[in-house]
Ligand binder design. Structure first.
Ligand code: SF4
Length: 66
């Protein structure tokens, strides 16, 4: 996979209505590395930047309450 793949993902999520897609797009832009193991969602879930304003609402692969 490539940066094009990442850009497509960002574009796809940013274009969704509502805030959820925009948050996902920002987190993908911030942390996703297509060359690393794991889906974008898993990589975002593994984000450890607890000081980030989006940390508590970042997309996760598990249920939100987990
Ligand atoms: S929650 Fe993590 S991945 Fe999302 S924008 Fe903040 S630092 Fe980046």
């Amino acid at each position: 996979m490539s940066d094009k793949h990442k850009q497509r993902l960002i574009h796809k999520h940013a274009g969704k209505p509502g805030k959820t897609g925009k948050i996902a797009a920002k987190c993908i832009e911030c942390v996703y590395d297509p060359m690393e193991a794991g889906t974008w969602r898993k990589q975002v879930e593994n984000c450890s930047a607890t000081g980030c304003p989006l940390y508590s609402i970042r997309p996760k692969s598990e249920a939100r309450s987990a």
